[in-house]
Design a protein around this ligand. Structure first.
Ligand SMILES: CCC[C@H]1O[C@@H](n2cnc3c(N)ncnc32)[C@H](O)[C@@H]1O
Length: 474
């Protein structure tokens, strides 16, 4: 039975050995030798150091292409032309499903034909030496960004390859990303990733971990996103992770987004051990984008403005080509510059916005209620509590494809565009909190002359790509 206890070194070693046969490049992974290699990297390539010593929000895009030379070119362009402070390497979808043979086919094809059919960088196939070449040829610190429920081999290879930051977690890369993966299984898988992170940290290589805050990226109530991020942080801290970045996806209402980012930092610092350095990351709008690039730049700009007011430690930027999928190098760099423009123009201004403190208190009260239900359901064991919370619906994620989640929660925007909860399912929120959500939604229903219904939810899901925030009746 999975428990929130630190993996022993022999368990870690046994699992690592069992993974070596999954792809030939795993044979080259040598922990002691990798610790040495990390020691040779200059400070400006130490991800946690750069992130944790910054005095203003750092910008980081997503970016991944199959071939090594092209990835070097892409990341260098994002650094030099986009002004990125931190770099990504987005991993391809086959690798995310542990389909390394299919990833190899895609890499071979890209090398032969120049056609990129893979939608990211197949790091396991590139292996330790390929990752190290990328780390050496690129000017800044790089994070592994992906969506892998079983990321154990990916972590082994990329950590050995010099990467010092790794996105994801057992809930955030299961519930929004998979249909039938067991939550108990992904908790075990991520205990390995976090224990490996902790072991590197104990050997002087401070590796940063970043739970995936946006979850399904569609109208996720801030209290749910924050509670799940903190739970993944607690599970990681047990395994020895000391550098943790908690994330949140923009919902588009300025007051709620600033309030949520402040609540995220406050609760992260309150619930996580004192020896864990907590930073925050704000993901620019993760929902549907307008096809029109001018409007898309408006969405990106609102994200930049929000970051100027909320001052997260990191911002994950979007591109004006978000609507069409993976952006060109130039569009990706443009999204960084648009974000930077808004932050630089606003961050020194003294602006007071009404309603943030009240919203922050409401979000914190709700997130605390969810967190406390996880702890009590597990009798103090956060792993067991997580399983029971999702089994009972005490914790739930709207629109989640996973069978591990009830998917009974329905969000909708209120009259100001703040995300509220229309259907609670078995969510661990008391009647008083539920009443406040209902009151806000009733006010919108009155404004629109219609009853609260799933229609509102559906209208809100498409609103931003239609160029609006709230899905008002047409
Ligand atoms: C959280 C995942 C969704 C976001 O992840 C972006 N994304 C996915 N793959 C790549 C890639 N290979 N390069 C640049 N961005 C990428 C999508 O655009 C979307 O915004």
């Amino acid at each position: 039975m999975v428990r929130d206890e630190q993996l022993t070194e022999s368990e870690l070693g046994r699992i690592a050995e069992s993974l070596r046969d999954d792809w030939p490049t795993a044979q080259a992974v040598d922990f002691e030798e990798s610790v040495e290699y990390h020691g040779s990297l200059p400070d400006e390539k130490r991800f946690a150091h750069v992130l944790e010593s910054a005095d203003k929000p750092l910008l980081q895009p997503r970016a991944g292409v199959p071939r090594l030379d092209k990835q070097v070119e892409l990341l260098t362009h994002l650094w030099e032309e986009g002004g990125a402070d931190l770099l990504p390497t987005t991993i391809d979808s086959y690798t995310r499903d542990n389909e390394y043979a299919k990833a190899q086919e895609g890499l071979d094809e890209a090398r032969e034909s120049g056609e990129d059919t893979l939608n990211g960088f197949p790091a396991v196939n590139h292996g330790v030496d390929g990752c190290r070449e990328l780390v050496e040829r690129v000017p800044g610190p790089i994070e592994v960004r992906h969506g892998t429920p079983d990321a154990r081999l990916l972590a082994m290879v990329t950590f050995a390859g010099g990467f010092q930051s790794f996105e994801g977690g057992p809930i955030s890369y299961n519930i929004p990303y998979t249909k039938s993966r067991s939550l108990a299984e992904t908790i075990e898988h991520w205990q390995f990733v976090d224990r490996l992170t902790g072991l590197y940290t104990e050997f002087g290589v401070r590796i940063n971990r970043e739970p995936f805050g946006p979850l399904t990226g569609t109208l996720v109530p801030p209290s749910i996103a924050i509670a799940i991020g903190v739970v993944e942080g607690l599970l990681a801290a047990t395994q020895g992770v000391k550098s943790l970045t908690l994330g949140y996806g923009q919902v588009g209402n300025l007051v709620q987004d600033v309030a949520a980012l402040r609540a995220l930092r406050a609760l992260g610092e309150e619930y996580l051990p004192d020896d864990v350095t907590v930073t925050t990351v704000f993901h620019e709008w993760m929902g549907g984008f307008p096809p029109d690039e001018a409007r898309a730049n408006g969405v990106i700009s609102l994200g930049g403005a929000t970051a100027a007011f909320a001052r997260p430690d990191k911002v994950i930027t979007k591109s004006p080509q978000e609507f069409r999928g993976v952006p060109t190098m130039e569009a990706n760099a443009a999204g960084l510059r648009t974000t930077r423009q808004l932050i630089d123009m606003l961050i020194e201004q003294d602006v007071t916005i009404d309603g943030i403190d009240e919203e922050q208190a409401f979000i914190e009260r709700s997130a605390r209620s969810l967190l406390d239900s996880v702890v009590s359901l597990g009798d103090g064991d956060v792993a067991q509590g997580t399983l029971r919370a999702f089994e009972t619906g005490a914790l739930d994620v709207p629109f989640a494809p996973s069978q591990s989640a009830k998917g009974a929660v329905l969000p909708a925007r209120d009259d100001k565009g703040r995300v509220r909860i229309l259907e609670f399912g078995e969510l661990a929120l008391d009647d008083e909190i539920r009443e406040i959500h209902r009151t806000h939604l009733d006010a919108r229903a009155k404004t629109e002359g219609r009853a609260c219904s799933f229609r509102m939810v559906a209208d809100d899901v498409d609103a931003i790509s239609d160029g609006r925030l709230i899905g008002r009746p047409k």
